[in-house]
Design a protein around this ligand. Sequence first.
Ligand code: AN7
Length: 352
Amino acid sequence: MAHVWTGIIREYMDRMPFDADDRIVSLGEGGTPLIHAATISSMVGAEVFVKYEGMNPTGSFKDRGMTSAITQVVKDGDHTVVCASTGNTSASAAAYAAHAGLKCVVMIPQGKIAAGKMAQAIVHGAKLVQVDGNFDECLDIVRALSEDYPVALVNSVNPYRLQGQKTAAFEIVDQLGDAPDIHMLPVGNAGNISAYWMGFNEYADAGLATKRPKIWGLQAEGSAPFVQGHPIKDPETIATAIRIGKPASWDLAIAARDESGGWIRAVSDDAILRAQAMLAADVGVFVEPASAAPIAGLLAASAAGEVPKGATITCTVTGNGLKDTATALGGREVDPEVIPVDVAAAAQALGL
Ligand code: AN7
């Protein structure tokens, strides 16, 4: 009989801060595909795989952290969760809160989150407030709210978030049979890079992997505090998910970079959009712009001769392209020819 996936907490229960008696709040997250990217592999002279996190229940990796964060909120007996978000955290928090019967309140930077993510939070019944400021300022507000009011913070400063998100590293090792040589991912608030490093270390320490990957993190050029070496005030990028200037998990991300012998670099918005198109057209995986940053970074590293020949490289593509169709379609022909109901006209229109 096929193994039916039961969500990351149940699948990795022995490595999670929960036990079988806990009421697990799950939408079946995790168990996402690791897909070989043949064209990109031959372009860079390595074996490249993408971890397709857009396959999660709300379309992003945030669900891994939200199942564990919300499970703990229920355990603690809290009734309302709060988060700041560039869109995906709020979509995920809203869905898991709905499933658990909790209230969800969300602070988002005004006009700076993708339409699909906004729709998710609204439809799942969250109370949304737009802030005339950026994500970092929204996070400052919700941190203060969670100190002074009876609301539980579910941003990645909540340690249960990283506990859930580390399972993506477990899955990659389980899927490959060992850790990759290099793992690449986008870096925004820096929770995920910290969680992956935790997960790869935990598996190596347990003898379940023979090595630990170098971690290569990617930011958008206009929003690259780790590349600048300090927080920045007015982050800007088309990849709104990672439009973050003051990452909360700063020290953990620096540790992941340095202990692994990796790096964090920046790529331009144009390079991100080209990588997004390449992933869709060559791999068959439609991601949101932020998720394409690692591929853009991989192509740049390859052009600089920095990709080790034959290395196994995994790239987390963090969010589903359906969340932000406007950016993906920007500058493209979106009004295909209309024909009468006629086979000959169809053949002619299709150039057959
Ligand atoms: C698609 O939703 O911060 O470095 O508020 O949505 O762990 O922050 C989203 C971040 C990468 C960066 N890719 O991850 C939010 C939020 C996508 C994202 C990141 C985000 P972190």
